[in-house]
Design a protein. Structure first.
Length: 234
């Protein structure tokens, strides 16, 4: 019998925001895999560290985080083969993923390579969107409003078109795109309605009204939230 592949959402940063189910699976899985940059430590592992027992075999999925080179198909092919070897031997493998596995989560690249061969269970995690809204004290949507999730790396004209028609928007992956996003929001007259959050739930979390933010750049784990006034129903 093959092992089970688990995709575990470990939440946005605070280790206490990992679900009880994810902790249970993490503590019973003999093999743990997690994404990491080319060099340096894995954020997903750092989040889960208080819950990882000693003696687990660990697979570090090192991927290039370079514009135009992600996802790195050859990298995920290699690690999917490595993980499948453990599953073939009957060992469960828990793959850690920041936030939620299926919301811009790197686990989806392992999932799409192995889902037709092995039993898989995906455990949802607290998303960065919910974490940022809580940190900012800014409700995401109300009544019949529609929330749009927009990645900041989009071209400027596409960003503007999507934000313009949205009732409420979560702009993710702000990072080096901060000035571009700020220009778009300003042109749309939404600066006063925008809240900026970086590294939500971590000790170095930062929350600011966008209008009061003086930084010229932002970390990758940053987000801007906007909610327009509710429209009266017809």
């Amino acid at each position: 019998m093959s092992g089970t592949l688990f995709g575990l959402g470990v939440g946005p940063g605070d280790p206490e925001l990992i679900t009880l189910k994810a902790v249970r699976i993490l503590q019973s899985s003999p093999v743990i895999a997690y994404p990491a940059p080319d060099t340096g430590d894995s954020m997903a592992r750092a989040i889960a560290a208080p819950h990882i027992p000693d003696g687990r075999q660990e697979i570090i999925i090192r991927t290039p985080m370079i514009a135009g080179k992600f996802p790195a198909n050859d990298v995920y092919d290699h690690y999917a083969k490595d993980i499948s070897g453990h599953l073939d031997e009957g060992r469960d493998v828990a793959v850690l993923c920041e936030g939620d596995p299926f919301l811009f989560g790197s686990f989806m690249y392992i999932f799409e390579r192995l889902s037709d061969r092995f039993p898989i269970e995906v455990v949802p995690g607290v998303s960065s969107i919910g974490a940022c809204a809580a940190a900012a004290g800014a409700p995401l949507v109300s009544r019949n409003q529609v929330l749009s999730i927009v990645p900041a790396p989009l071209a400027e004209k596409d960003l503007e078109a999507r934000i313009a028609v949205a009732d409420a928007v979560a702009i993710m992956k702000v990072g080096r795109h901060l000035e571009k996003v700020r220009r778009v929001i300003d042109r749309l007259g939404l600066t006063e309605a925008a809240q900026y959050v970086e590294r939500a739930t971590l000790p170095n979390q930062k929350v600011s009204a966008l209008a009061q933010l003086n930084d010229a750049s932002a970390p990758y784990f940053s987000m801007i939230l906007i909610r327009k006034p509710e429209q009266d129903p017809l």
